[in-house]
Design a binder for this molecule. Structure first.
Ligand code: AKG
Ligand code: FE2
Length: 202
């Protein structure tokens, strides 16, 4: 994954690569947030955790061209919403400018109604993502940091700020070597993230 610093990415980790772009869409980001919030049928599935069923502490939508298996369940995606498709195309174009070759056929959209909604520690290492996935996360709305920790604790955990309209690229090796979480925060405000993935079929 070669990388061109002139194209505006900020390299937060060299190896494995973690790169943030401060702005992706510009002014249309506000309308994108409103449209996704309004148009999508946001779900709160129940997941089994330590033998008990819990509703997830956020809402989500799976979108794209490929079925995705997550926490032992299959999620059938809905077709691309035009706004999500346009964001995907903007991500792919921005990464191409930065010398990063990536393409995505699925996106998980996460909706956090306020600072109390969250996502626990995990890595996105499902087998259908392949051994070294590139995952691109676009943030809209409230600025909630993504917290990273090394699986082998070789270095301290750290936060990555994710302002409105920013793009965070988790390159090959990030899922293998680190976990990430969106921890609760007292800060109010709606946030929607879109995490674009390439899911292998078959
Ligand atoms: O909302 C976020 O920033 C994190 C989302 C995430 O980790 C995921 O979709 O796998
Ligand atoms: Fe994740």
């Amino acid at each position: 994954m070669p990388h061109d610093a002139r194209a505006g990415g900020e390299r937060l980790l060299a190896s494995p690569p973690l790169i943030r772009f401060p702005t992706l869409l510009g002014p249309p980001a506000d309308r994108a947030l409103a449209a996704l919030d309004r148009d999508l049928d946001w779900q709160r599935p129940r997941l089994r955790l330590f033998g008990r069923d819990h509703p997830i502490p956020r809402r989500q939508v799976w979108m794209g061209d490929a079925v995705y298996r997550y926490s032992g369940r299959d999620f059938a995606p809905i077709p691309w919403h035009p706004v999500a498709r346009a964001i995907r195309d903007a991500v792919v174009a921005r990464l191409a400018e930065a010398g990063i070759d990536a393409d995505f056929n699925a996106v998980l959209l996460n909706r956090y109604a306020d600072g109390g909604e969250r996502m626990g520690w995990h890595c996105d290492d499902e087998p259908e993502l392949g051994p070294a996935p590139v995952i691109a996360a676009v943030s809209l709305g409230a600025d909630r940091p993504l917290r990273f920790r090394w699986k082998d604790r070789r270095a301290p955990a750290f936060n990555v700020d994710q302002p409105h309209d920013s793009l965070l690229v988790m390159g090959p090796g990030i899922q293998a070597e680190l976990e990430h979480a969106l921890l609760p925060r007292r800060a109010p405000g709606l946030r929607i993230s879109l995490t674009f993935r390439r899911v292998r079929d078959g």
